[in-house]
Write a protein that binds this ligand. Structure first.
Ligand code: ZN
Length: 306
């Protein structure tokens, strides 16, 4: 599964990316983001690297939502030379650069992200245009350019650090509940708080948990994956819930797509789990039971007859 790649393959991949960029610029005349991972050593693709990359794409989508932007075009792909994704955006290149550098600088994982912003004329936006410092070295935190040109750290050291960052980021996903606004409902006359409920004898407590996920999600599978993770966590609580209701409301992206005039095919997701059997469902079962609601008018839903 983990194949090593040669320098020639890397150069070919770079050339392919440049070609793709030029095609996109010629077609849209709009700025674009080219997102790749900065992975040292001959192995550029692994499940761990893909998970880190997926997190990067999720962070980008969140920024797009906040900025009320809908990409005119997006293209994620994965090859032995690594993951890459393109986004064409109808926005000011400096605004775009601001949120890609925010992502790159916010976390250790961000140091592994290479989110280039390319202007319609093909020139890259430089960090200095926003008065930002250059990228930081993974290991010592010094200027990355200095460390890499002087080869201050060995490949082995860099690989070890990269794996550590990717592993920590993957494990932290499980506690990314900060992105979720949860609501608690307690039934039963004696309990008004979770603490009171926890103190009651088992059987007296009936807990229904409604969790509104932060998202955004681009598929029921992605939604179900988070529901599955959260269900596993909820079952470990002092008072395990008997009913779990998950929702994700895509209204905001739909609004923004309406504002920008490009109608998106947008869906809402919800999943209800009740009782021990459903709470023990696998990720696949949860995906199958996820209710999908189409948000925009019927004309926006892809026609099956076509
Ligand atoms: Zn360094």
């Amino acid at each position: 599964m983990e194949t090593t790649v040669s320098l020639v393959q890397m150069l070919d991949a770079r050339e392919r990316r440049v070609q793709h960029q030029q095609e996109l610029l010629a077609r849209y005349h709009k700025p674009l983001i080219c997102f790749t991972m900065n992975i040292c050593g001959p192995i550029k693709d692994s499940p761990l690297i893909r998970q880190g990359f997926a997190r990067g794409r999720q962070l980008l989508r969140q920024q797009f939502l906040r900025a009320k932007l809908t990409p005119l075009y997006q293209y994620p792909c994965r090859t032995a030379t690594g993951c890459e994704a393109f986004y064409v955006l109808d926005a000011d290149p400096l605004t775009i650069k601001k949120f890609t550098t925010d992502i790159e600088d916010a976390t250790p994982l961000g140091r592994l992200f290479d989110m280039d912003v390319i202007r319609p004329d093909g020139l890259k936006v430089d960090r200095e245009e926003l008065d930002l410092e250059g990228r930081r070295c993974l290991i010592c935190g010094g200027p990355a350019k200095v460390c890499s040109s002087r080869r201050i750290h060995t490949v082995a050291e860099l690989q070890e650090k990269t794996t550590e960052i990717l592993t920590e980021a993957r494990d932290a996903q499980d506690i990314a509940i900060r992105d979720i606004s949860g609501r608690l409902y307690l039934s039963g006359p004696q309990a008004e708080t979770l603490q009171q409920a926890a103190a009651l004898p088992a059987g007296d407590v009936y807990l229904t948990l409604t969790v509104e996920l932060f998202g955004p999600y681009d598929s029921a599978a992605a939604f179900a994956r988070d529901c599955y993770t959260l269900t596993a966590l909820a079952k470990q609580c002092t008072v395990p819930p008997e009913n779990l209701h998950f929702t994700w409301d895509a209204r905001s992206p739909a609004e923004s797509s309406l504002n920008t005039g490009s109608l998106l095919y947008t869906e809402d997701y919800s999943l209800d789990l009740s009782g021990a059997v459903q709470l023990d469902w696998t990720e696949q079962q949860m995906e199958q039971q996820t209710e999908t609601e189409y948000l925009l008018d019927a004309g926006n839903i892809p026609d099956e007859g076509e």
